[in-house]
Design a protein around this ligand. Structure first.
Ligand code: RBF
Length: 381
């Protein structure tokens, strides 16, 4: 239609192009033609507007459908092995639960989660994570532990479009990395407090034990000092017997260490050694010592032997932060730090095994200390 209109307005035929000099009839018919032309022009204009809007709405609809169908693939990189390390089991569980929730809310299969274990050889993690990133298969890569920020900053420089979410770690200022860490001073303080109360009730030397898999900055600068601080809040004379297994799986080595510590008069041991924790629990239960568990509720692992559980809710952190990612609201570029009063760090007091294993007097003192943290009277930033 536009073409036709154009040709009638650009008619070069001299017969019709000089029509103003003809008769009245000619003028009328000329006016009619002009009027028709304008009408045609308007119709064409409006119909082309409608057509344009129509095309626009189709495009928007298809874009929306496309984004709904577009998969959000989340790769979970476990720096270690999940079995025996509840902090990693919680990570995978939380991310998977968030994907399921997102899919059921949107009625899609948009979020897809793949979990990859990096194994115990820490020297291989960077290459494995680089390969995972280079595959380009993941819109988000999730991982957890305080050594990941260093590894990820190198990888992120090579693959600047890859998004990462790091739990149990700290990293700020990279627009593609979100980090979340727990207040482990609070967590370790609560562990140290119960360990000292139990030791004091038993009347042995003012010394508590800590069996760790390895030394790392968070262990040496936050967990160990926090544990000691908690014990010294019971009695300033407390010290910590701190031993290292050397890896996150050797239960026999951990058992050997625990045995030596107990022989030296240690009554309560905190163990942070992943799969190797089993060795500490077995030895303690055989030699009438007690264990404080870290990260998850461990009372049912050995009822009567495990007398404390200073936990962090990594499953909740993984769940809520993944949901934020899926909703497009995860604040990349910063680290969020969460503790007792945010609901991410806790000491489990209501477990029947805790109530059975620990005398009421000790539980009351522990509860008072926790209440002080909750009320903001005891600040452990
Ligand atoms: N925690 C585990 O439970 N299992 C592990 O295999 C494990 N590997 C770790 C490796 C490195 C290099 C670092 C720095 C920490 C590791 N953690 C592991 C410790 C974990 O991040 C956390 O500090 C402890 O679980 C205490 O909350």
């Amino acid at each position: 239609m536009q073409l036709k209109l154009y040709s009638s307005l650009n008619n070069n035929n001299p017969e019709t192009s000089h029509f103003y000099y003809r008769g009245a009839n000619m003028k009328r018919s000329l006016l009619t033609t002009l009027f028709q032309g304008v009408l045609l022009l308007l119709t064409a204009f409006f119909s082309s507007c409608n057509y344009y809007n129509y095309l626009k709405s189709i495009k928007a609809m298809s874009e929306q459908a496309e984004s709904r169908e577009q998969t959000l693939t989340i790769g979970v990189f476990i720096p270690g092995i999940m079995s025996g390390s509840p902090i990693y089991e919680m990570l995978a569980r939380g991310v998977q639960a968030a994907a399921e929730k997102h899919n059921s809310d949107t009625g899609t299969e948009q979020a897809v989660v793949t979990v990859i274990e990096g194994g115990y050889n820490q020297a291989e993690w960077e290459n494995k994570l680089t390969a995972m990133t280079a595959s380009g298969s993941y819109s988000l890569i999730v991982s957890s532990n305080p050594s990941l920020p260093d590894i990820v900053s190198g990888i992120s420089a090579k693959f600047p479009n890859q998004y990462f979410m790091l739990l149990d770690g700290e990293m700020s200022g990279n627009s593609h990395v979100y980090a979340f860490r727990y207040n482990q001073r609070e967590q370790a303080y609560m562990a140290g407090y119960i360990a000292a109360l139990e030791t004091a009730a038993h009347g042995g030397p003012k010394r508590i034990g800590l069996v760790a898999a390895q030394e790392y900055p968070v262990m040496n600068n936050i967990i160990l000092p926090g544990y000691l601080e908690g014990a010294q809040a019971v009695d300033p004379l407390y010290t910590v017997d701190f031993r290292i297994v050397g890896n996150w799986y050797d239960a026999a080595k951990a058992a050997e260490l625990a045995s030596g510590m107990i022989r030296n008069g240690i009554r309560v041991l905190l163990c942070i050694a992943g799969g190797a924790n089993e060795g500490v629990v077995n030895t303690a239960s055989q030699q009438n010592a007690k264990v404080v568990w870290f990260d998850t509720n461990g009372y049912n692992i050995r009822p009567g032997t495990v007398i404390g559980s200073a936990v962090l809710y990594q499953d909740l952190a993984a769940y809520y932060q993944t949901l934020r990612y899926l909703a497009g609201t995860l604040p990349f570029g910063k680290t969020e730090i969460m503790g007792v009063n945010d609901g991410y760090v806790d000491f489990v007091e209501n477990d029947p095994y805790y109530i059975d294993a620990v005398p009421e007097e000790i539980r009351k003192k522990q509860a008072e200390m926790i209440a002080k943290i909750r009320r903001g009277e005891l600040l452990l930033p």
